[in-house]
Design a protein around this ligand. Structure first.
Ligand code: FDP
Length: 284
């Protein structure tokens, strides 16, 4: 659907996201308050969410070959002409801003009109605002980690999930977990160490670094979980699968979940293939 090769556009999108990263980080200190607004998922919005969304919308729609921009913070898709569609969670884990804990940005590049399936992804990336700024990106089935310094991404090498898993992090209140997920969590607790910080990007980065499993599962009160398919689940699933891991909504890869609605939610399970396979057989 674009005249430029999607891979070239993805490269420019990743550069634009890296260039925006220091500006997003520098813009955080004065924007830790809530503004009088809710996003399309009904969540309260911080000034920082709005700021990052506006900045990324301007930068990404300016990339030659980007035809659409959608984000968790806005109701509908922004039309930018012909080209690939970019989805964005501008500040994932922004409730960590109050406590000054890590947060991130998640980007998906779909070679299709939105809402699109994860199988239409041609690239995906996350930026992690931790003690340093890093990016994890996947293009053409290969995942790479970058250090983002001064708005430029420098490769740190292949991003590969370690074979010997050591950590797990599960979101949602424990009494809200369905019984089969709780039984899986019981088993995992005796094998792995809990590492959970409340920002999906940071929690998945720990799993990619140490090996293990991250989940924001279906909840009793929210059978589709909390995370959004197009903005969070599918792009992160694409990266974790490219890094040698596995993703699941409980029964299938996150890349195979039908996308019917721009803001639809999905249970998210990501990590080492055997841990996600075990989880899936418990939930099936
Ligand atoms: P946040 O609401 O702070 O933006 O998708 C949003 C997200 O954070 C994820 O980053 C995180 O994994 C999850 O929600 C945390 O939710 P809980 O507060 O329920 O743990």
């Amino acid at each position: 659907m674009t005249e430029r090769a999607p891979a070239a556009v993805v490269d420019d999108v990743l550069d634009a996201v890296a260039a925006a990263a220091p500006e997003i980080r520098d813009g955080l200190p004065g924007r830790r308050r809530h503004i009088d607004d809710t996003n399309p998922s009904g969540e309260t919005v911080l000034a920082a969410d709005d700021f990052a969304d506006d900045l990324l919308e301007r930068r990404l729609t300016a990339v030659d070959g980007v035809g659409a921009y959608a984000s968790e913070e806005r109701e509908s898709v922004v039309d930018a002409g012909d080209g690939v569609s970019v989805t964005c969670d501008p500040l994932d884990g922004s409730s960590n801003l109050k406590s000054n804990n890590p947060m991130g940005t998640v980007v998906g590049v779909y070679d299709a009109a939105l809402p699109a399936s994860g199988r239409d992804l041609v690239g995906a990336a996350y930026v992690l605002f931790g003690p340093v700024t890093t990016m994890g990106a996947a293009v053409d089935g290969e995942a790479t980690e970058y250090l983002v310094d001064d708005g430029v991404r420098d490769s740190l090498g292949a991003l590969t999930i370690p074979d010997d898993p050591t950590v797990y992090g599960f979101g949602g209140r424990v009494p809200e977990w369905p019984g089969d997920f709780a039984a899986y969590a019981d088993a995992v607790e005796s094998e792995l160490k809990l590492r959970y910080g409340g920002a999906m990007v940071a929690d998945v980065a720990q799993v990619l670094t140490y090996g293990g499993v991250f989940a924001y599962p279906a909840l009793r009160s929210a059978p589709d979980g909390k995370l959004r398919l197009l903005f969070e689940g599918a792009p992160m699933g694409y990266i974790v699968e490219a890094a040698g891991g596995r993703s699941s909504d409980g029964t299938r890869s996150l890349l195979d979940v039908d996308a019917d609605d721009l803001h639809q939610r999905v249970p998210v399970h990501l990590g080492n293939a055997d841990l996600v396979t075990r989880l899936q057989s418990r939930l099936d």
